[in-house]
Design a binder for this molecule. Structure first.
Ligand code: TEU
Ligand code: CA
Length: 559
């Protein structure tokens, strides 16, 4: 079996996924909200990036309590985003350009405005009753379940209509679907077939690890020590349902399936993605996303920042997890995280471009499928709102209320949200320096970052050394050097607190990647004579003068 066969080549292992948050990409009809026709109108730009796959956050009918992650009709397009005709045209145009499309499957919960729930809450013997998790109130209050978004962090909501509580891990308008009910599973498989029949190329699966519940709803077992996320992602029939989903749907198409792997650890990862398991292709983990936050706080940043050695350990461990089997993904931002350059780099005017390029080099040179977030290719930064009124995200608004209800320090909360809030990653795309950054000619649904006058695509198009053109260059480097996809990964100089360096090797090809994560000159002892190395890419506009790395410098050598 050749090395190539042993690698188990797959298109989705070699792909670069570009995530578009449709609400914030481009408004085509002047209502201040991004939409599908807006995306279709910018396909030249998207194609120019060199990426292969577009992941769209939910575009289905929704009252937008959680910006589409609360679906009221799985087989229709959200009114704000357009029509099914708009979708069909967008999909056809993307396929014509060789771009694949991945949609977002939100099947752990749906909207409380979905007909299923409207029926279910009517009476205890309604045929849809068992589509959700109900607890009859005469049995007393059910055992506590923690909610991500509830203002009292309570995942049970009482409904007087049938004197019962229903379960909602997220907001009260996001009741959890009862996957223990085979009718519910059939409904979801039917929805997946509907979109695959339309020609889409895959699904990113929202909190898919949470779908199976112990419906006797016991007190949280002691072994989880209060860690609800680990308990939620350890349901009794999870893998049985993922195998069934594969058998009923995924195995029938050549598509990409990726789990939003909240709660998945290095120990359990293979259960989800090993080929012989016949479940999913990939997952993305959350281990890195906890770095740099003060423990037991709601994403309050650690003033010391994040520990680079811990960062290296996490991404090296996950490379090792999939070194021989399975396949990983890599990301540093998305619609649930603050902007990459503000979180992991330095978004000061002097360092924003350099550190953004350095972080992009990391994502494009690891042995995993990159999931790259719209706007990061421009180095878009956090907007850092000063007041709760500026926020549109239910998580920030409800957590503010929760802090208020418990008499907490609201200004400390607002301060922390400047660093970690999700809306920092959802501000409109900055196309040019015209009004509203060319995103819309109406009032945008969420404020545009005032730095758009300088940080925008039009300005960067013209600048060979821009973050945008560097993105295109490092994507090209990955596409032209398969060693950066499948090559063996080896961490170098692990204890170096400032530089992340690693080798990628395959056959006679050997690449050395060196990344300075600090705003100062730093060195790494790569133990390799770089003078014989061929410098393939670096993020400064002047050639390096020594082995020492300049602030936020990134270099890729062939050695
Ligand atoms: O996110 C689940 C999830 O992990 C997030 O709640 C995350 O932990 C948190 O927001 C970080 O602050 C998925 C979607 O990606 C998210 O946008 C939805 O809000 C959520 O599920 C519910 O569908
Ligand atoms: Ca619009």
């Amino acid at each position: 079996m050749s090395e190539k066969e042993s690698i188990g080549r797959k298109w989705w292992k070699e792909a670069i996924v570009y995530q578009i948050y449709p609400r914030s990409f481009k408004d085509s009809n002047g209502d201040g909200i991004g939409d599908l026709n807006g995306i279709t109108s910018e396909l030249d730009y998207i194609q120019s990036l060199g990426i292969d796959v577009i992941w769209l956050n939910p575009i289905f009918s929704s009252p937008n309590d959680d910006n589409g992650y609360d679906i009221s009709d799985y087989k229709n397009i959200m009114t704000d985003f357009g029509t099914m005709e708009d979708f069909d045209r967008m999909l056809a145009s993307m396929h014509e350009r060789g771009l694949k499309v991945v949609l977002d499957l939100v099947a752990n919960h749906c909207s409380d405005e979905h007909p299923w729930f409207k029926q279910s809450m009517r009476s205890r013997d309604n045929p849809y009753r068992n589509y959700f998790h109900w607890w009859p109130a005469e049995n007393g209050k059910p055992a506590h379940r923690w909610s991500f978004f509830d203002v009292n962090a309570d995942a049970w909501k009482y409904d007087a209509t049938t004197n019962s509580y229903y379960l909602h891990y997220f907001s009260q308008k996001q009741p959890d679907l009862n996957w223990e009910n085979p009718k519910v599973r059939k409904e979801i498989y039917d929805v997946m077939h509907f979109w695959f029949a339309k020609g889409i190329d895959g699904f990113r699966m929202d909190v898919i690890t949470f779908i199976s519940k112990d419906t006797s709803f016991p007190e949280l077992p002691g072994k989880y020590q209060g860690d609800f996320i680990s308990y939620y992602s350890d349901g009794p029939h999870l893998h049985e349902y993922l195998r069934e989903m594969n058998e009923e749907v995924l195995s029938k198409y050549d598509v990409l399936s990726v789990a939003e792997g909240i709660g998945i650890t290095g120990e359990t990862a293979h259960d989800f993605v090993d080929e012989e398991r016949h479940e999913l292709n990939m997952l993305y983990h959350f281990e890195g996303m906890g770095l740099g936050y003060l423990p037991n706080t709601f994403k309050y940043p650690d003033p010391q920042g994040f520990d680079l050695v811990a960062f290296k350990d996490i991404y090296s461990k996950w490379d090792h997890v999939f070194a021989d089997k399975g396949w990983g993904t890599i990301y540093l931002g998305n619609h649930d995280q603050p902007r990459m350059v503000s979180r992991w780099g330095n978004d000061s005017p002097a360092c924003r471009e350099l550190s953004s390029k350095m972080l992009t080099t990391f994502l494009m040179t690891m042995r995993a499928t990159p999931f790259y977030y719209y706007g990061d290719e421009l180095g878009m930064a956090n907007i850092r709102f000063n007041k709760i009124g500026d926020y549109r995200d239910i998580e920030s608004i409800n957590m503010y209320q929760l802090v208020k209800n418990s008499g907490g320090d609201l200004s400390a909360f607002i301060e922390a949200q400047k660093f970690s809030a999700r809306d920092n990653g959802r501000t409109p795309f900055q196309w040019n320096d015209s009004a509203n950054a060319g995103f819309t000619n109406a009032a945008p649904w969420l404020a545009v970052n005032p730095d758009f006058k300088t940080v925008n695509a039009a300005a960067q198009e013209k600048d060979d050394n821009s973050v945008l053109n560097y993105f295109r260059a490092v994507v090209k480097l990955r596409k032209e050097n398969e060693v950066l996809v499948y090559g063996k990964y080896t961490l170098i100089d692990r204890d170096n607190p400032d530089v992340y360096a690693y080798l990628r090797e395959s056959g006679r090809k050997k690449m050395l990647v060196m990344l300075n994560f600090r705003n100062k000159t730093a060195s790494t002892n790569a133990g390799l004579d770089l003078t014989n190395g061929k410098l393939l890419l670096h993020n400064y506009d002047t050639a390096p003068a020594s082995d020492a790395l300049r602030p936020y410098e990134a270099r890729v050598y062939e050695v």
